[in-house]
Design a protein around this ligand. Structure first.
Ligand code: ZN
Ligand code: FE
Ligand code: FE
Ligand code: ZN
Length: 289
């Protein structure tokens, strides 16, 4: 095993979620080629209450998920971690509270994909963005993030500013005011925040979270880690040099790796000059990416 060039990717999916392609072995292969320190599978959590059934495995398929992880570990050239991306929504707790604890997970990502009944990140429901009151929608979203943190059920906040995906941003001072209470509670919960490069592949053309929010997280001592949110093998570890450059830019020197729900900190790999340049190209007002 050669020295990893890039941090662990602890957010990738499998075909069990019904909207990802490729075999787990292909994700592992790609992770090895990209020189990642580890690969963590975190598919969408089952929801026996019928929440968003089109985008996740059924509870009966969960043993198959564990078998997939077992298979991925076999002959893997890098450590394979077992995780789950668990949605927080009002009503999620009766199932999640007991169930998450009983599973052999290395880490649990918490995410918010719905504001009330609105799947705000679903292209089919994106038109609603044109009629909502923007600060109000963001405020509701961060209210859910804060509630997620308060449950103490999750290790990591995934794609912290997901509502920007179609480009619906707030001015920095407004964003700072709306996000601060949620970040306070993420910090109080001892959670990490993920640098999720999937935002670069959406209209937002920006990593989740924004440099502003990442700097706020850093100020609160919130640890970070990295996720590609890959739904196909080619996206594993994608744009990680840029993400590491962003982390360093904000002042981070290490990142978190979870094993059996316990966190350890490891040094960030060094940043290439090309990545620092790329960060500049991506930053600022325009969509230059
Ligand atoms: Zn997905
Ligand atoms: Fe997600
Ligand atoms: Fe995901
Ligand atoms: Zn995700």
């Amino acid at each position: 095993m050669t020295e990893p060039r890039r941090p662990a990717d602890t957010h990738v999916h499998t075909r069990l979620c019904r909207h990802a392609t490729g075999e787990p072995a292909e994700y592992v292969l790609r992770a090895g080629q990209e020189g990642l320190a580890a690969l963590g599978f975190t598919d969408h959590v089952p929801a026996p209450d019928g929440y968003d059934p089109a985008c996740r495995m059924g509870l009966a398929e969960f043993p198959e998920y564990l078998a997939i992880l077992e298979g991925a570990r076999r002959d893997a050239p890098l450590p394979i971690l077992a995780g789950i991306e668990a949605d927080y929504y009002p009503g999620a707790l009766p199932f999640l509270t007991g169930w998450l604890r009983e599973q052999p997970f290395d880490m649990v990502l918490g995410s918010v994909h719905y504001i009330a009944d609105w799947a705000f990140d679903n292209p089919a429901e994106a038109a609603a963005w044109e009629s909502v009151e923007l600060p109000g929608a963001w405020r509701q979203y961060f209210g859910l993030v804060a509630a997620l943190a308060d449950t103490r059920l999750f290790d990591v906040m995934a794609h912290l500013d997901l509502p920007k995906l179609f480009g619906h941003r707030l001015p920095d001072p407004v964003m700072r005011e709306i996000a601060a209470p949620a970040l306070d509670r993420v910090a109080a919960a001892g959670m990490a925040v993920e640098l999720n490069t999937a935002g670069l592949r959406r209209a937002a053309r920006e990593i989740y979270p924004s440099p502003l929010l990442l700097a706020m997280a850093r100020k609160r001592g919130i640890p970070i880690l990295f996720g590609s949110d890959a739904h196909c093998p080619g996206d594993v570890g994608r744009d990680f040099d840029l993400a590491v450059a962003l982390a360093r830019d904000v002042g981070y020197t290490e990142y978190a790796v979870y094993s059996a729900r316990r966190r350890r900190m490891v040094p960030l790999p060094s940043t290439s000059p090309e990545a620092r340049h790329g960060l500049k190209a991506h930053g600022g007002e325009g969509e230059t990416g």
